[in-house]
Design a protein. Sequence first.
Length: 239
Amino acid sequence: MTKNGRVSATFFVLGWIAEKLPHLAREIHKRGHEVASHGYFHGLCTGRSAEDLKQELIRSKKFLEDTIGAQVFGYRAPSFSVSDKVLDIVRECGYLYDSSYNSFDINERYGQISLNSARKCGTGYEVLDNFYELPVSNLVLGKIVLPWAGGGYFRLVPFPLFRKGVQYIIEKNGAYVFYIHPWEIDHAQPRVENLPQFFKFRHYINLHKTFDRLRRLITGFDECQFVSCIAYLRSVAGI
């Protein structure tokens, strides 16, 4: 809880996780959070046929809706592997919004989309008629884009500095879109030792600190509202 009330969030749930743990998806929904789709098997969207991707998006959406008994509005592509073509397919599959664009383009898995002609809606965009993109938030300093939306960057950057970056983004854009994976707050997870050193560093760095950092991030911005993606888009786009 914060001074302004409860914290709500969007959980982008994989279909196969909901299949194995349906009670978990229902509990997320029951607690007032948004359940959205992260695909079914966490395969990248790029390099796949349109029909294959379409079938997975429809399957994931229907299974989640049947599980929680409510409509699923949003989608996030695994590893932010989005494109203009992918957005067309997401909309065609009945979703209202996508939240897969990460403007930090050094990571080769992250995709690119065209936003120049899109109508701005707060920190989101109406990229197609009645279909929206809600990018994750990065720190933009001139022409430099620094990864500031969460994930491994949240674990790596010293917390006081990360918090200052978030404050700057909020003051500049009026909102901040943060993400984190559930495994990032599980420091007791089994360790895989037979990994290249870079992958081992990226996955395990500061796992033991992440939960406390998340708590400090929430309580440090208790003057703000913590809302789901769909709630935010409804407030800024009137959908």
